[in-house]
Design a protein around this ligand. Structure first.
Ligand SMILES: NC(=O)c1ccc[n+]([C@@H]2O[C@H](COP(=O)([O-])OP(=O)(O)OC[C@H]3O[C@@H](n4cnc5c(N)ncnc54)[C@H](O)[C@@H]3O)[C@@H](O)[C@H]2O)c1
Length: 257
């Protein structure tokens, strides 16, 4: 690794599994001092153990529900206190529920908004005064290609809407944060293989293969590293004049009509 994040204090959410666990390991390998969290206490502890075993500098708090504004604030305050600062906030965590528009319950809609959009707002809101007082930093949010196009293979109404909100919020963070040295960018992944999506990708339903996987110009679905590579760039000083970028990481699939 090249130390592209050397010395950075990076707060990363949702490090208990999937892309977030890979991000925690990579950020630490690039020299960041990582402070993570996850709702999943076991996953959080596993990531902390694995990253430390590899020589990384990481603290992870488990059982943190960022969809609760007070818990988000408490975690951010505690995370900032670990190294007395913050340079990067990578809002990776999210969870959602899928169903057709007239089948999805209002409770499931609210759950998705809470756990995909509200948690980003709560976490950014809590981090904002810390970022301002340290002269700025980099916020990396996570959208989805579901927010920029219709998705045929499964109904994603609430997920798409929430991620659209994350993208829109990012634009506002750019404007409100710029005068304080705060940058904000958003990564929109396509379909990425994680422990959650691996079974589906190992034996894709015909509809998924035909509508999505066969239509990726670069010929493969995503890997967590594809998304994390983009996050490293946006977290690092290499992107110090980049704010408001919407980086689509999807093998080129979303350009197809
Ligand atoms: N995997 C994909 O194909 C894909 C595609 C597009 C976008 N994304 C986005 O990338 C990000 C990571 O996705 P992933 O596939 O690794 O997801 P994942 O479900 O594997 O991991 C998400 C992590 O966030 C945690 N989390 C969820 N809600 C939380 C809460 N309220 N408080 C604290 N932690 C919480 C979970 O416990 C989990 O460990 C998400 O924002 C997701 O929407 C993923």
């Amino acid at each position: 690794m090249t130390g592209r994040l050397a010395g950075k204090i990076a707060l990363v959410t949702g490090v208990g599994g999937g892309i977030g666990a890979v991000a925690a390991a990579r950020f630490a390998a690039e020299g960041a001092r990582v402070v993570g969290c996850d709702l999943d206490a076991d996953g959080a502890a596993r990531t902390e153990r694995d990253v430390r075993a590899a020589g990384g500098d990481i603290h992870v708090m488990g059982g943190v529900d960022l969809g609760d504004a007070e818990q988000a604030r408490a975690w951010v305050d505690a995370a900032v206190a670990v190294h007395d600062g913050i340079d990067v906030l990578y809002n990776n965590a999210s969870t959602q529920r899928f169903a057709a528009l007239d089948v999805l319950s209002v409770e499931d809609w609210d759950f998705t908004m809470r756990n995909e959009l509200d948690l980003v707002y709560y976490t950014v809101r809590a981090a904002w005064p810390h970022l301002r007082s340290t002269g700025g930093g980099s916020i990396v949010n996570v959208g989805s290609i579901a927010a920029i196009r219709g998705v045929e293979f499964m109904p994603q109404n609430a997920h798409s809407t929430a991620k659209g909100g994350v993208i829109a919020l990012t634009l506002q963070l750019v404007v409100e944060g710029g005068p304080h040295g705060i940058r904000a960018n958003v990564i929109s992944p396509g379909l990425v293989e994680t422990p959650n999506t691996a079974p589906m990708l190992a034996d894709p339903p015909e509809r998924l293969r035909r509508l999505v996987l066969d239509r990726i110009p670069l010929g493969r679905h995503g890997r967590p590293e594809d998304v994390v590579n983009a996050a490293v760039f946006l977290a690092s000083d290499e992107s110090s004049w980049v704010s408001g970028a919407h980086l689509v990481v999807d093998g080129g699939g979303s350009v197809l009509g």
